[in-house]
Each structure stands twice: as C-alpha cells, then as structure tokens.
Design a binder for this molecule. Structure first.
Ligand code: SF4
Ligand code: SF4
Length: 345
C-alpha cells in the first residue's frame, strides 16, 4: 500500500492534562474516559521500526486522537531515538503545552534542534484559552512555550476560533510575534459538523458555551457544503455510499501508530484502536479478521501492510458501503469535501 514511508504519526499516550469538550478522550459528561491509559515506549518503537525505516523518514510527529504527547513517559526518549538515526528528519509535536517542568521543554528544544517544530494549540488568551482547553493553566503554558522558544525551539501557535475568542485573534497574533512564535494560524473548527454524543458545556443560563464564530471569515464552510451534498445524494448515508474517495495518506505516504500499538493508515481510522469509538471501523474489523491483525506487538510492519486489513481498506475506496467501504474514509477523504484541510483555509 505504501511503497516508501515518508511520514510517521505517533500517538505516544492516551493520557492528557486537559479535557477539551470536542476531543475523543472526553466523555458526554465532560470527564476523561477512564480506560484511556495506554502508552508507547521507546522500546516498542525501537523493536517495531528498523533503523533504516526511521532514517528514510522525512517527518515524524506526535499528536494522536486521545492523548497529548507531553504526557507520554517516553516522549523525549523516542524523539532522541529518531534524532540518533537521522539528523535530517523533521520532528514535530502538537500539544496544549500545559504540563511538564521548564527543563523538559528546554530538553525538547535541544533534541529537536533546527529540524523540529512544536505546534501549541492555544485557543485564546489568559482569560479564554481554558474555556475550550479545559484544565490548561495559562501561567504554566506561557512558562513552557517561553522555555522551549528561549532554548532555540521553533514554535507555531494554532488558534481554534470560537465565538468566545474571535475578538482576540489580532491580540493573540501580536503576542505570538512578541513571544517568538514562527507562525500564528487561526483555525476554523469543522467539529461542529461532527457526530452527536459529545460533551456540551453549558453556561449559567443553560445555553451552550461553545459556538461557532460570528465573523464569517472564521467560519468553516464545509459543514454547509456537507448539508448540500446530503441533499444531492438523498441523505448522509447516500453520500457516504457513493462519494468518490481519494486517500490523503496515499499521496503523503504516511502511517499512524496508536498508543495501543496498532498500525493504521491514518489517525482517522486509528480511532478503531479503541473499540466502541467508531462503530463503522469496529464492524469493518469484524469482517476482516479483527483488530489484532494491526497489532505491532504481534506482527511486523511489513506483515500488517501486506495483511488483510490494509488490503480491505484500499478495496473499499472504489466500492460502496455494502461492498466494504468504510464510512470514515468517505467522510475524511471524499473528493467533494475537505473537513480537515478546510480548518486552515
Ligand atoms: S489537549 Fe488534545 S488530547 Fe488533550 S483533551 Fe484537548 S484535544 Fe484531547
Ligand atoms: S480515512 Fe481512509 S481514505 Fe482517508 S486517509 Fe485514512 S485510509 Fe485513506
């Protein structure tokens, strides 16, 4: 499926210091799901990825579906391992920035060197960031990005725009420049189009705290487009069933390893590492030999790539739901919609 692996995405841990309402780790009552405790270790990565595979990578980054890489016990050790195998490899991380002592961040900058970047997800300023990034303390976050940037680390500030923080975009942009961030990127959330059943924090008057921005410049237009597509295809199922798919990772040549040690094409299917998170993926796995087929604790990378699950995923792109297409592939990689990329438009 992937002749030459270029990009590797790792979920180092399922733990997090935050509790963002639209995150997969947050239950409908707002608490963290208690069973999300798995981690990858440096020994795991070393035994699963041959040195030459690491050396041939262009970009290795840590993000994930359920946890923040700064909580991972072996996060720095894995980055050191990558750096040992390749000086040219670009290393990256996406984080809320609100945990670990100052020294950890200095060390992170030292390991990454000039071929590294950390994306800090900071959705507002001192008085608003915690409204979405629940439990992230501004004083610790600021101390940490200071330490990382001061040690020579390259940082980007990604700002998810909501109604409660849209008035602060320019102030945050100016702060990012003063603090030495290399980039400031306002993001248009597409998650208002996501499935129901997630936590919805309410204000004192009972109305939802999280709302899309009023300024149309920061509104993601893809949810609207999805409505139109559903009408054209006779409903959501009809659209999932027949929309053309172009797999994003096949073009990028990337793979995803979940904190449970499963190899997936991408993080969107990678939710399937946690049974119950994505019903469509669970059902697909039942029909194709089960989740263990993707376990790097039981199979080599090569075996999984050539195995039945990867083959069936690929087959699904050119058929319909009854023929084995996974709804997640249609939703994330339809040629008619770009829920992920549109956040950055
Ligand atoms: S910081 Fe990331 S992993 Fe943690 S709760 Fe928020 S979105 Fe989820
Ligand atoms: S969701 Fe499916 S089609 Fe999209 S990148 Fe992942 S494997 Fe490819």
């Amino acid at each position: 499926m992937i002749p030459e692996l270029r990009i590797l995405h790792l979920e180092m841990t399922e733990r997090c210091n935050a509790a963002c309402p639209m995150c997969g780790r947050t239950a409908a009552d707002g608490a963290g799901k208690p069973y999300l405790t798995n981690e990858l270790s440096a020994a795991d990565i070393e035994s699963w990825l041959p040195a030459e595979t690491i050396a041939a990578l262009h970009y290795a980054f840590m993000c994930g579906n359920h946890g923040d890489p700064i909580l991972g016990r072996d996060t720095l050790a894995v980055l050191r391992l990558f750096r040992r195998h390749s000086k040219a490899l670009l290393l990256g991380m996406h984080t809320n920035g609100g945990a670990r002592p100052r020294e950890w961040w200095t060390e992170l900058a030292n390991i990454m060197g000039r071929r590294g970047k950390v994306v800090f997800s900071v959705d507002g300023l001192k008085d608003t960031n915690h409204i979405y990034r629940r439990n992230v303390r501004w004083d610790l976050l600021q101390r940490n990005f200071h330490a990382y940037i001061k040690a020579g680390g390259r940082a980007e500030w990604h700002f998810l725009v909501f109604r409660h923080n849209e008035h602060q975009i320019e102030e945050a942009r100016a702060l990012a420049q003063r603090e030495g961030f290399a980039k400031f990127i306002p993001k248009k959330s597409a998650r208002f189009a996501a499935d129901s059943g997630r936590f919805e924090p309410l204000g004192e008057d009972g109305s939802p705290i999280l709302a899309p921005p009023r300024d149309s410049r920061w509104l993601n237009s893809e949810p609207e487009r999805l409505n139109a597509l559903q009408d054209a295809y006779g409903g959501y199922e009809g659209w999932l069933d027949r929309t053309p798919i172009r797999c994003k990772i096949q073009e990028e040549r990337s793979l995803y390893i979940s904190a449970r040690g499963h190899l997936w094409p991408c993080c969107w299917l990678g939710y399937g590492s946690v049974p119950g998170e994505r019903q469509a993926v669970d059902e697909f796995l039942e029909r194709n030999g089960g989740l263990d087929q993707l376990s790097l604790r039981e199979h080599s990378l090569e075996q999984i790539l050539r195995g039945p699950v990867f083959e069936a995923i690929q087959r699904g792109w050119s058929t319909n739901l009854a023929g084995g297409r996974i709804a997640v592939c249609a939703k994330m990689c339809s040629t008619e919609l770009n829920l992920h990329g549109s956040q950055y438009n």
